[in-house]
Design a protein around this ligand. Structure first.
Ligand code: GAR
Length: 194
């Protein structure tokens, strides 16, 4: 069984989808750590409710990214983590973590990358007036949402849509897609033989 860590900075609805998929057996993995850079957010409650250990920290209490990533790395090693899923972790990953986990760390982003990288991807899409945006799961590299794309799903944008409408549509797609992609990445041979 592979051990995964989920990184989140907010509500953690994607984290919840991963928890649910583990509990139903759709995703064969154990979540051995939540890493969260925002004390007080709902993702932490979700971890507590499901008995998942968490490492919660405030980046501003560290001298730099290397210092907090060094501590994250220790926690990942203690939790024997094999694979990392970023789920709304709103921070660039630095070399301390990338050197250990490149190729074993993925992210979900609410646009059809390379369109609308970075913050507020849904707002960027509405601003651009597109009639389609989407969801991308990609490997993490040292850029802002630039790593190799694994899977993408398109989501329509309608004329009178607000950010909330699009966000809801995107979340529904994300919650279904992310656990499935993680299962494929963690169990590639089984997918091929089916
Ligand atoms: C998700 O929509 C995710 O794609 C996005 O943050 C949201 C987190 O929601 N991530 C990014 O924008 C990364 N650049 P959640 O906390 O409810 O899972």
């Amino acid at each position: 069984m592979k051990n995964i860590a989920v990184f989140a900075s907010g509500s953690g609805s994607n984290f919840q989808a991963i928890i649910d998929a583990v509990e139903t057996g759709e995703l064969e993995a154990e979540i051995t750590l939540l890493v969260c850079d925002k004390p007080g957010v709902k993702a932490i409650e979700r971890a507590e409710k499901h008995g998942i250990p968490s490492f919660v920290f405030s980046p501003k209490t560290y001298v730099d990214k290397e210092a907090f990533e060094t501590e994250i790395l220790e926690k990942l090693n203690d939790a024997e983590v094999d694979f990392i899923a970023l789920a709304g972790y709103m921070r660039l990953i630095g070399p301390t973590l990338l050197n250990e986990f490149e190729g074993k760390m993925v992210n979900i982003h609410p646009s059809l990358l390379p369109e609308f990288p970075g913050k507020d991807a849904i707002g960027q899409a509405l601003e651009a007036g597109v009639n389609e945006t989407g969801v991308t799961v990609h490997y993490v590299d040292n850029g802002m949402d630039t790593g190799p794309i694994i899977e993408q799903v398109a989501v329509p944008v309608y004329e009178d849509d607000t950010q909330n409408h699009v966000r809801k549509r995107i979340h529904e797609v994300e919650h279904e897609l992310y656990p499935k992609v993680l299962q494929k990445l963690l169990h590639p041979a089984e997918v091929n033989s089916n």
